[in-house]
Design a protein around this ligand. Structure first.
Ligand SMILES: O=C(O)CCC(=O)C(=O)O
Ligand SMILES: [Fe+2]
Length: 333
């Protein structure tokens, strides 16, 4: 049945700067993407133009970071960053806000957030990255190269959204000049390492992503599940040489909820391996004002009142991270 499974889309025809948006091949990809967005809200992409060894190399870099001693990682603790960069220790994040993290139910994962070093407006999530001092410049440069490569890929994918959204092919160029795009390295521990009490805990709690679109690289361990419109949990199994794309709440809002922001979660993987995954939350710049896209305006349907992207994103981050709320309390005191 439609929307039960996650489609695999060959995106070769939409990758690169000189693709012809009017070509049949481009339109065919755009239409498959549109269909996936309206049904399960997740799709795999293949033939996306980045060599396998580069993708694998990034998983290795992530491993090098997480293999550092805890005290080295803590030197770059996200709690020290006003602009949400750095290391998030095990159990700190509680992505499912219906569960009480303080009662010990935080996610079973470690994370590391990085983005562009665009300065000016640290309170608006711009500003410096926070690196563990133990990682050298070569490591940082390689990781930043990967960040830029993945952003470029997302721009191509977004361009393939444009015919279905009713906007011009370069609609997103300007709003992504200073993107709030966050690359997040994630590591989930082997199930065997968790104690009895944590046996039924999720590695990553059920949630929808906050923003626009998410690009996700996962290794071959597995554990990610997405909820289809029938409410069933579907495994998003690792498929070699693919990445996943899914939609966040704000994309859903500006399509009049015709595009689905799909709930997803990560189960403990039941193996003796760590699982690594690397999402890129590909969000437009802070000041972007969003409202319903033209293709979704219908008579009798109110467009969403225009909202500032950055304000919404910050509100969601504050709800997830207690240290950000405490900071706000300090600010307003
Ligand atoms: O680790 C994964 O596969 C998914 C992570 C995720 O959904 C998230 O960080 O938003
Ligand atoms: Fe997610």
């Amino acid at each position: 049945m439609e929307g039960r499974e996650i489609p695999v889309i060959d995106v070769g025809a939409v990758i690169g700067d000189n693709t012809d948006v009017d070509s049949e091949a481009f339109r065919a990809v755009a239409s498959q993407i549109d269909h996936a967005c309206r049904t399960i809200g997740f799709f795999y992409i293949t033939n996306f133009g980045v060599a396998d060894d580069l993708m694998n190399r990034t998983l290795l870099l992530a491993r090098q970071l997480f293999d550092l001693p805890l005290e080295e990682k803590e030197k770059a603790s996200i709690t020290k960053s006003p602009n949400h960069r750095g290391y998030v220790g095990m159990g700190i994040e509680n992505i499912d806000d219906t569960i009480d993290a303080e009662a010990g139910h935080g996610d079973l994962k470690e994370a590391f957030d990085l983005s562009d070093d665009i300065h000016g407006g640290e309170d608006k999530l711009y500003g410096p990255n926070l690196w563990p001092p133990a990682l050298d410049e070569k490591w940082r440069n390689e990781m930043m190269d990967h960040y830029h490569r993945m952003c470029k890929l997302c721009m191509s994918i977004l361009r393939a959204f444009t015919p279905s959204l009713g906007v011009s092919p370069d609609h997103f160029e300007e709003m992504y000049e200073r993107p709030l795009a966050a690359l997040r390295l994630l590591r989930y521990p082997p199930s065997k390492s968790t104690n009895k009490k944590a046996e039924h805990q999720l590695a990553c709690g059920t949630h929808t992503d906050y923003g626009f679109i998410t690009l996700l690289q996962q290794d071959n361990v597995g554990g990610l599940q997405v909820q289809n419109t029938m409410g069933e949990w579907v495994d998003a199994l690792p498929i070699p040489n693919t990445l996943l794309i899914n939609l966040g709440d704000m994309m859903s809002a500006v399509t009049n909820h015709q595009y689905v922001a799909t709930p997803h979660r990560v189960l403990q993987n039941g193996t003796t391996n760590y699982r690594y995954s690397i999402p890129l939350f590909f969000n437009p710049q802070w000041s972007t004002v969003l409202t319903t896209f033209p293709a979704f305006l219908r008579e009798g349907v109110e467009p969403v009142p225009p909202f500032v992207f950055g304000e919404h994103l910050t509100a969601r981050l504050n709800a997830t991270y207690s240290h950000r709320r405490e900071e706000k309390v300090k600010d307003s005191a």
